[in-house]
Design a protein around this ligand. Structure first.
Ligand code: ADP
Length: 473
C-alpha cells in the first residue's frame, strides 16, 4: 500500500485541469493514515470551463446516430472490464467497501454501460393519430444539453455511470462532480472514458466538495441536474434548479423497513434482514434500518437475527470473506456512535480498533424514537414490534422517507395488501431491501426522491424532453 498520496486533477475536454487552492485529502477509512489521493477543489471559473467544454461537445455528440453513441458506450464497458480488478481494489481502498461487493459494483458498471449502449439503438417516440386527414403526427425525444451530475461516495463508480450512461446514450454531454471522499475512483473512471475514446468534452469530471457542486447547479449552461446524496443538500439542489427552471432529479435518504410477519420463514428473514442492514456497514441508500417484527415471533426472530449477524465477518474490506468494513469518515463514525449512545442494544458485535469502524448493533425501540426516524447510514438496526400486518404497515409508513421496503411472509394475500399500501418506490417480498437489477427502475417516494426514476429504459425520460411534431400533406 502506497502512503504517498496521488495528486489528482479534474478532467475537462480530455485534459487535466489544475485548480488552485488548498489540497483536500481522500483517506482510506480502514487505515486512515493512508492518504489515497489529494486534490484542489474546482472553482466557479473551472466549472464554467467544464460547462463550456461540454456545451461545445454537445453539437457533435447529439447529432451522432444512436448506434454510434452506443458503440462508444460498449467500448467504455470494455475499458472498465479490462481494469476490473484494479477498479474494485480502488473502491475497497478509498471507500472501504468489502471486496466481494466492490467486484460486484464493477460488474454492475459494465452491465449498465452495455444496457444503455443497447438503449441507444432502440426506438424512442410514438406515432400519434392526427385529427388532420393525411397528416403524420409523432413525438420525438430531444436531449437536454449538458447534464450536471452530483454523486455520493457509496457507489463511487456505479452511481456516476447509472446517471452518465442514459444521459450520454440519448445525446447529452456530461459534467460530473463526484463526492470528495471518492475522487480517486472518479479519476480512474475518467481514465477509462478516455481509453474508450469518448470524444473530448463529452464526459468531464470536476473534483471538489459542496461549493463546486453548488457552482455546477447554478451554471447557466447546465440544463439538468441529477443528484444523489443527503436530503438536506438535495433540497438545496432542487430549489436552485427550480429557480432556473431546469429539470432536476434528487435521490436522497431512506429509513427502509423490513416487515416480518408471524408466518414468515424466520431463518430466511433474519439472514436477509442482517444482510440488508449490516453489509457495507449499512451505507447503501437502500440498507435496512428498521425491522418491524410481529410480536408473537419476536423472541425466535431475535435468536435467528443474532446468528445471522454473527455470521457476517467484520474487518478488513480487502478480504473476500468480509461483509462489514468501516464507515466512510471519522465524522460519520462519531455521529453514528453518538446517535446510539444511551440506547440498550439487543445485540452488538465487536470491531477492530483501527479505522472508522462502528459496531454492528440491533436496538429495541419504538416507532417515534430518534433511532427509528433518523437516517444513520451505519450498521445499526432498530427493532420495533407490531401486532399483525396492518399495524406493521402503519409503522413502516411512519417516516418522511419511502425508498425501499421488504415484507417477509408466506401469505400471498398479505403480500398483495402490502404491495399496494406500503409507501416505497422499491417494494420487495421475501427479499432484502438492498439490491436492484441494474436494468430495473430505481427510485423512491415521499422525501426519498423527486419522483422520476433512474436505471432501466425509464431513465431516458429524465434526460430528454418530448417534442410533438405534425407534418401535414
Ligand atoms: P453524503 O451525506 O452522502 O455525503 P451529501 O449530500 O453531503 O451526501 O453529498 C452528496 C454530493 O453532493 C457530494 O458530491 C457533495 O460534494 C455534493 N454537495 C454537497 N453540498 C452541496 C451543495 N450545496 N450543492 C451541490 N452539491 C453539494
Amino acid at each position: 500500500m502506497s502512503l504517498q498520496a496521488t495528486r489528482l486533477f479534474s478532467t475537462v475536454a480530455g485534459q487535466p485541469l489544475e485548480s488552485s487552492g488548498d489540497l483536500i485529502p481522500s483517506l482510506n477509512p480502514t487505515v486512515p493514515k493512508d492518504v489515497v489521493a489529494e486534490f484542489a477543489a474546482a472553482s466557479e471559473a473551472d466549472v464554467q470551463q467544464a460547462a463550456e467544454a461540454a456545451s461545445n461537445a454537445f453539437g457533435t455528440w447529439s447529432k451522432l446516430a444512436g448506434p454510434a453513441r452506443g458503440d462508444v458506450l460498449y467500448k467504455w464497458a470494455d475499458a472498465i472490464n479490462a481494469r476490473a480488478e484494479e477498479l474494485a481494489q480502488a473502491i475497497v481502498r478509498e471507500v472501504g467497501k468489502p471486496l466481494g461487493e466492490a467486484r460486484g459494483e464493477v460488474g454492475r458498471c459494465v452491465a449498465i454501460l452495455r444496457y444503455y449502449a443497447g438503449e441507444a439503438v432502440r426506438q424512442s417516440g410514438d406515432v400519434i393519430p392526427s385529427l388532420t386527414p393525411g397528416a403524420l403526427q409523432f413525438s420525438i425525444r430531444q436531449p437536454l444539453g449538458v447534464a450536471g451530475l452530483i454523486t455520493p461516495w457509496n457507489f463511487p463508480l456505479a452511481i456516476p455511470l447509472w446517471k452518465a450512461a442514459p444521459a450520454l446514450a440519448v445525446g447529452n454531454t456530461v459534467v460530473l462532480k463526484p463526492a470528495e471522499e471518492a475522487v480517486w475512483c472518479a479519476a480512474l473512471l475518467s481514465e477509462t472514458a478516455q481509453a474508450a475514446g469518448l470524444p473530448a468534452g463529452v464526459f468531464n469530471v470536476l473534483l471538489g466538495a459542496g461549493d463546486t457542486g453548488k457552482a455546477l447547479v447554478q451554471n447557466e449552461l447546465i440544463r439538468c441536474v441529477s443528484f444523489t446524496g443527503s436530503a438536506e443538500v438535495g433540497a438545496k439542489v432542487a430549489e436552485a434548479c427550480a429557480r432556473r427552471n431546469v429539470k432536476y432529479q434528487t435521490e436522497m435518504g431512506g429509513k427502509n423497513p423490513a416487515l416480518v410477519l408471524a408466518d414468515a420463514n424466520l431463518a430466511q428473514a433474519a439472514n436477509l434482514v442482517a444482510s440488508g442492514a449490516m453489509r457495507f456497514a449499512g451505507q447503501k441508500c437502500t440498507a435496512t434500518s428498521r425491522v418491524i417484527v410481529d410480536r408473537s415471533v419476536r423472541g425466535s426472530f431475535i435468536d435467528e437475527l443474532q446468528k445471522a449477524i454473527l455470521a457476517l465477518p467484520v474487518g478488513d474490506p480487502g478480504e473476500m470473506a468480509t461483509a462489514v468494513g468501516p464507515v466512510i469518515t471519522e465524522e460519520s463514525q462519531g455521529r453514528i456512535n453518538e446517535a446510539v449512545q444511551g440506547s440498550e442494544s439487543i445485540y452488538q458485535a465487536s470491531v477492530p480498533n483501527q479505522g472508522f469502524f462502528v459496531a454492528p448493533a440491533v436496538f429495541a425501540t419504538y416507532q417515534h424514537s430518534n433511532l427509528a426516524q433518523q437516517e444513520l447510514f451505519g450498521p445499526v438496526l432498530s427493532m420495533i414490534e407490531a401486532d399483525g400486518l396492518d399495524e406493521a404497515i402503519k409503522i413502516a409508513n411512519n417516516t418522511p422517507y419511502g425508498l425501499s421496503a421488504s415484507l417477509f411472509t408466506r401469505d400471498i394475500a398479505a403480500a398483495l395488501t402490502y404491495i399496494h399500501r406500503i409507501e416505497a418506490g422499491m417494494v420487495r417480498v421475501n427479499a432484502d431491501t438492498t439490491g436492484v437489477d441494474p436494468h430495473a427502475p430505481f427510485g423512491g417516494v415521499k422525501g426519498s426522491s423527486s419522483h422520476s426514476r433512474e436505471q432501466g429504459s425509464v431513465a431516458k425520460e429524465f434526460y430528454t424532453e418530448i417534442r410533438t411534431v405534425q407534418i401535414n400533406p
